[in-house]
Design a protein around this ligand. Structure first.
Ligand code: AKG
Ligand code: FE2
Length: 344
């Protein structure tokens, strides 16, 4: 295989697109998605600029929105900024946010169950003494990323409708897992150039990686790689496919939760980022169910009745699996260490 398959999101052939998506997801597990509504090269350029702006803020400004691990004054553990780890195989810094009253107007958390994965977002804010221009940049940042979050929610939900159709399920089969509550995350990523000898764990079959081989935990990932190379996908024949940038398009793949919910029929495909030889920015959106969502563990197909399907609650499963992920591996440990309790 030379390149990832391409799916046109604007196609009016719903059935054809749906079965093609299922076929690709059962075989390659990754695709390029063209013509996502409300997205074009201009939007992409704006997102890259805003990504660069954030990571080029003075460190002190980034640390204001950092997780507890990086700034002990902050009582955030899951959302916000995370810094670089020189000794780890992955070498990236990020900023993450999820659902709140800013991204979903009218949204109100119904319980404190699941803290810290249900914690509030921390948004970068200007200082009163900042120039008007600088204040406007902060406002712009929030506007642009929040808009993208909404766009990604809509697109990934539509993608799941097509997947459901392709699997022979009702179009709205997965809908209730994400509406009205979702733990979906937008992650802004920056991979600076290492500039030092990589640790041994960052060498995978002779290649230097900046993001180690992994499969995503989530339901669906919509990734923007801008014009950067480095992403590689592990194909079923155990060879690595290098994903070329496709500006204006998304790289879409499925995560372990969706794999579980199809009883393993669809696999979460492994991928990694090899050192592209310079700095790199990317922007993955992770579609995730709500904390209390009951994720089915098999499909009600092939004579299986709805009653036969077992479920897992997403939030506790996420808390259990967090330790396996570089970006969130220490979240629970630090939360406990901090002695912080979420008030009701
Ligand atoms: O930066 C990329 O292109 C991929 C990042 C990724 O796979 C992830 O954050 O799960
Ligand atoms: Fe990933």
């Amino acid at each position: 295989m030379e390149s990832l398959p391409i799916v046109d999101f604007s196609s009016t052939d719903t059935e054809g697109t749906a079965s093609r998506i299922v076929h690709i997801m059962e075989t390659v597990g990754f695709l390029y998605l063209d013509n996502v509504p409300g997205y074009n090269l201009e939007e992409e350029a704006e997102l890259l600029e805003i990504n660069k702006w954030f990571f080029n803020l003075p460190e002190e400004r980034r640390l204001r929105v950092a997780r507890y691990l990086y700034n002990k004054k902050n009582k955030v553990f899951y959302r916000g900024y995370f810094g670089l780890d020189k000794d780890y195989s992955s070498y990236k810094e990020g900023y993450e946010f999820g659902q709140d009253s800013v991204t979903s107007p009218g949204y109100k958390l119904t319980s404190n169950e699941g803290f810290p994965v249900t914690e509030e977002n921390v948004w970068p804010e200007p200082e009163p003494s900042d120039s008007q221009e600088e204040k406007e940049r902060y406002a712009k940042f929030k506007e642009v990323v929040v808009k993208h979050y909404g766009r990604m929610m809509s697109a990934s939900m539509r993608f799941l409708q097509l997947l459901a159709i392709g699997l022979g399920l009702p179009e709205t089969y997965f809908h209730h897992l994400f509406v009205p509550e979702t733990l979906s995350t937008l992650r802004l990523l920056h991979y600076p150039q290492r500039g030092f000898e990589p640790p041994p764990s960052a060498i995978e079959d002779g290649q230097v990686v900046v993001c180690e081989t992994h499969a995503d935990n989530v339901f669906v990932t919509f990734l923007t790689t801008f014009n950067y190379t480095g992403l590689q996908v592990l194909l079923h024949d155990n060879t690595w496919l290098t994903v070329q940038p496709r500006p204006g398009s998304f790289v879409v793949n499925l995560g372990k939760t969706l794999s579980e919910s199809t009883g393993g029929r669809i696999k979460a495909t492994k991928h990694r980022v090899v050192d592209p030889g310079g700095e790199r920015y990317s922007l993955p959106f992770f579609l995730e169910p709500g904390y209390s969502a009951k994720v089915p563990l098999s499909l009600p197909l092939d004579g299986k009745e709805e009653n036969d399907v077992k479920y897992m609650q997403y939030g506790p499963w996420l808390l259990e699996n967090m330790k396996k992920y570089a970006e969130i591996k220490d979240v629970l440990k630090l939360f406990e260490e901090s002695g912080f309790k979420k008030e009701n």
